[in-house]
Design a protein around this ligand. Structure first.
Ligand code: ZN
Length: 131
């Protein structure tokens, strides 16, 4: 781990630009985002000392699980739990990439980068203040 990282749990937060609360929204996205906020930091910590081969294997396993049982992830079913776990592990793998990952209303990264939504809390958004 480098000195300029976000620490053992990375930075995982709700994407402030994510849209939720649509009339047809049953709360699924918010519940999934809340679940990811809880689980992704643990998988980032778990993968912290992983080798490149272990990360490749985690990526492949998550991809296969989500591709095979993504419907269970969204609508429930026999593989819902394992699919959601695979999604969180996939987020943890993608958080290692430069710029992290932003999807499903959640942003995760393991090191500071330009345009990080986590930086907006401390840096004024000039576009927003000009309105
Ligand atoms: Zn970030």
């Amino acid at each position: 781990m480098t000195g300029d990282s976000h620490g053992p749990f990375g930075l995982v937060l709700l994407d402030p630009k994510a849209r939720t609360g649509a009339p047809s929204d049953d709360g699924f996205r918010e519940r999934l985002a809340d679940w990811l906020l809880f689980m992704v930091p643990m998988f980032i910590a778990e993968q912290r000392h992983a080798t490149a081969d272990e990360i490749d294997r985690a990526r492949s396993d998550a991809l296969e699980q989500i591709a095979s049982h993504g419907d269970d992830l969204q609508f429930g079913g026999r593989y819902q739990s394992s699919s959601r776990t695979a999604l969180a592990k996939g987020f943890a793998v993608l958080a290692r990439a430069e710029g992290g990952v932003t999807a499903l209303g959640v942003h995760a990264c393991t090191a500071p980068h330009p345009y990080c939504p986590g930086e907006r809390a401390t840096t004024p958004d000039l576009c927003e203040t000009m309105k």
